[in-house]
Design a protein around this ligand. Sequence first.
Ligand code: SF4
Ligand code: SF4
Length: 438
Amino acid sequence: MAKLTFGGGVHPYDGKALSKDKPMKTIIPTGEMVYPLSQHIGAPAVPVVKKGDRVLTGQKIAEAGGFVSAPIYATVSGTVKGIEPRRVVTGDLINSIIVDNDGLLEEVAYTPHEPDKLDKKEIIELIKEAGIVGMGGAGFPTHVKLSPKEPEKIEYVIANCAECEPYLTSDYRRMIEEPEKLVEGLKIILRLFDNAQGILAVEDNKPDCVKILTEMTQNEPKISVAALKTKYPQGAERQIIYATTGREINSKMLPADAGCVVDNVDTIVAVYHAVKEGKPLMNRIVTVTGDAVNDPRNFYVRIGMNYKDLIEEAGGLKCTPEKIVSGGPMMGFALFDLNVPTTKTASALLCLTHDEVSAMEPTPCINCGRCVAACPSRLVPTRLAVLSEHYDEEGFVANDGMECVECGCCSYVCPAKRHLTQAIKSMRKNVLGKRKKA
Ligand code: SF4
Ligand code: SF4
């Protein structure tokens, strides 16, 4: 049963007005393009080109390195300059294919399909071959997510249109400018699950999107639109499943265990491009915003182009940013170097001024309990952070630390500016790493 919201959560300043009303702008990149071989969860992709090869836009340059992996495609034409480690947004050095862009954008020929004439296996194969991964940030290969053990038990395909992260407006622009691709993409995914209903789950701070999508789906008996209460992290997988279906999952469960599949807007549109037009994943929408940017807006970006060039396209900086973040302010990565490539999971580039960043140093906990009230996973963040700081792994797990969804609500509400999420996140990473090795 739909609840349309969840317990806990916060209402941060959303900063969306900076970019939401400007139409998307397409960028034609110049210069070198960088394609990290690990831009998804799972095995790195394996290069199928070598230095000196000429490549075309839409040509496969790396194949999947296993079932849980995804191929990578050139997004411009040019010459392979080399395959070497390059810095990515997380600060890690990742082996990458470098293409010297010739500016000609010469393209391979694509084969469009009639989705209604394809069977389930053919649809999954097209999604797999297109290199689609969760573009909301997770990067989990979509063909794996869409291949649960018991597809007949999937009752809901939830299109995650919440876009609850402050400042981000790329899904909003997509719903305003290309809603038909979202609806068609959802219909394609629904063809994989005989017993499923589609839910377009939108936060109620986007009434125009709710209206457009409701009108577009009025003759689609298998699709409904849910207007969810606006609250962060409404778009987190567990929270959106609870809000739309009343079902709960924990860290040991997959959405499929609750009869659900959740995909974000850009991922569903990528499915549309792959199946209907036969095009691999080459583009995504990136919000470039923040008070330090001259012309905040959304860009239609060819994956592989440099972050520095994105800022230039947004009119450059009007002052030195206090903080630059890849992704949203709650869950994104602070960047120390702008010379990094956009990837399949790059949703936003935020350039925040001093006023936008609370630059206070953390002070001791005053036991106010706000972090507990804000936590959507019903945890005690302050206790978990202390356990993490003391490397008490056993205590951390016993206190349900692994149920944290890393949403950042606790840090956001903490008046002492304690780095709660950061501490909890690093302990979770530790425990997950050990579980994988075991
Ligand atoms: S403990 Fe985890 S789930 Fe709870 S508010 Fe903090 S980051 Fe979010
Ligand atoms: S919100 Fe901050 S100050 Fe308040 S209890 Fe939690 S950690 Fe302590």
